[in-house]
Design a protein around this ligand. Structure first.
Ligand SMILES: [Zn+2]
Length: 454
């Protein structure tokens, strides 16, 4: 639908609006300004805090991971020390067993770690007292001493990691508050600007919009043979249990690229009870075949197609009745949405029916430019091979570099790019006016092409 319903804010300047405000309204505006200020400062502060906490969280996570690498190194070192001490004790025990005191002194002087001396002394004392000394790997005091640095490192890493988590949680909380405040800002802004300047309803619709509307309804008209055609293709693709899955793009290509038409056809077959579509990706059509496409199904599809066309014409009549009505447009919009308040009918500035001064008048087109444009449009419509539709015609005149233009050498036409200074929508609008005036005709089918009227 190209008729446009425009709502515009009042055009009073803010100064005159402020002058006319009653005292309570002024107070509300002042409160709104204060709230806007607070929310703005709050948003900025929260955004800053979120960034700070997020940075701290990242730093702590990095420190924890560095600490863990160091911990692994310290653990390796402690394990090697315990292995060395165990091997040393084994050698020392062998020398002690044979009573080789020279070798024992050598071991003590040259091979023993100085830190190991108290442990060895205790070990030797227990042995001399006739007791069985505790093996090194079971001596918890000894082991605790060797792994003390490692344990300290693990605690540090855990602390850093949990601090990082808290910082991350804080960052998320500040992000949430920032969003909340931003939303509040939006609503304060919206409410304060709507409160005292009522919206207006204007309608911008021209005759060519009506022509375009008819064009689209006609291009959606469907050949009664098409449902049977698609039913055949679906049945051929179905498995033994009637399940089918087809490539929607390939099927649409068979319909000259009209995906909209493919969806409509699936709808008609479904309503006729021939297929039951299953949910699928947009590029697949899938489901199950329920019944044969027989005479009855064909009649149901025909009825479904006719009902669709009737609905489109009904919408056409409704929307154009709205366009042409001479009662308040705001009232119609309010009632449509179930609002029973009165727009203050007859009040100036309500809508373009209540206040004709609001009606928008398009500036008259430059006759020379229109003359040249008409010639160019008619030239493209009669010379382009393959013949082109209204959109491609406008693209050629506008000087588009699309693949379609290059593939068909439309850029070699004399009129190519002759209206590149215009808006493409305006060129298209003039094409539609020429169709409306009967100087151009369009063929039927999903891809109608232009030809010059005889
Ligand atoms: Zn009105």
């Amino acid at each position: 639908m190209s008729a446009v319903i425009a709502t515009a804010q009042g055009t009073e300047t803010s100064e005159s609006t402020t002058d006319n405000l009653a005292r309570p309204e002024r107070i509300i505006e002042i409160v709104a300004v204060i709230l806007l200020g607070l929310a703005t400062i709050g948003t900025a502060w929260c955004a800053f805090q979120a960034a700070q906490w997020s940075g701290a969280s990242t730093d702590l996570a990095r420190q924890a991971s560095t600490q863990q690498v160091e911990n692994a190194r310290v653990f390796g070192l402690a394990t090697q020390t315990v292995a060395y001490d165990s091997a040393f004790v084994a050698q020392y025990a062998e020398a002690a067993a044979v009573g080789n005191t020279r070798l024992l002194s050598f071991y003590r002087a040259s091979l023993m770690r100085p830190e190991f001396k108290p442990v060895l002394d205790e070990w030797e004392a227990e042995l001399n007292a006739g007791q069985t000394p505790t093996p090194l790997v079971d001596d918890s005091e000894y082991l605790a001493a060797q792994f003390a640095d490692y344990q300290k490192g693990v605690e540090v890493a855990e602390q850093q990691s949990s601090k990082g988590q808290v910082a991350g949680d804080n960052a998320s909380a500040y992000v949430a508050v920032t969003i909340l405040l931003a939303v509040t800002l939006f609503f304060i802004g919206v409410t304060s600007s709507f409160k005292f300047r009522p919206a207006r309803a204007l309608l911008l619709a021209e005759n060519r919009d009506r022509a375009l509307h008819v064009h689209f309804i006609k291009s959606e008209e469907m050949d009664a043979d098409l449902p049977g055609w698609l039913a055949d293709r679906i049945t051929a693709a179905a498995d033994g249990e009637g399940r089918y899955a087809l490539d929607a793009i390939a099927e649409a290509r068979a319909l000259r690229g009209d995906g909209e038409r493919l969806r409509a056809l699936v709808g008609h077959l479904t309503r006729a009870g021939v297929i039951a579509p299953a949910p699928s990706a947009p590029d697949r059509i899938a489901g199950r075949v329920l019944a044969r496409y027989d005479g009855r199904a064909a009649a149901l599809c025909r009825a479904s197609i006719e009902e669709g066309a009737r609905a489109r014409w009904r919408q056409y009549r409704e929307i154009w009745a709205y366009v042409e009505q001479d009662s308040c447009r705001r009232l119609a919009i309010l009632r449509h949405f179930g609002d029973h308040s009165e727009p203050g009918s007859g009040a100036s500035g309500c809508c373009d029916v209540c206040d004709p001064a609001l009606q928008v008048v398009a500036p008259p087109p430059d006759p020379v430019e229109i003359g040249n444009l008409d010639e160019a449009i008619l030239a493209v419509a009669s010379c382009a091979r393959p013949a082109v539709g209204r959109t491609t015609c406008a693209e050629i005149l506008h000087g588009s570099r699309s693949k379609k233009i290059q593939r068909n050498s439309y850029d070699g036409l004399p009129a190519y790019g002759s209206s590149s200074h215009m808006r493409r929508a305006d060129i298209l609008a003039r094409v539609d006016e020429l169709i409306d005036e009967g100087r151009l005709q369009t063929s039927g089918g999903p891809y109608p092409v232009l030809r010059v009227a005889a």
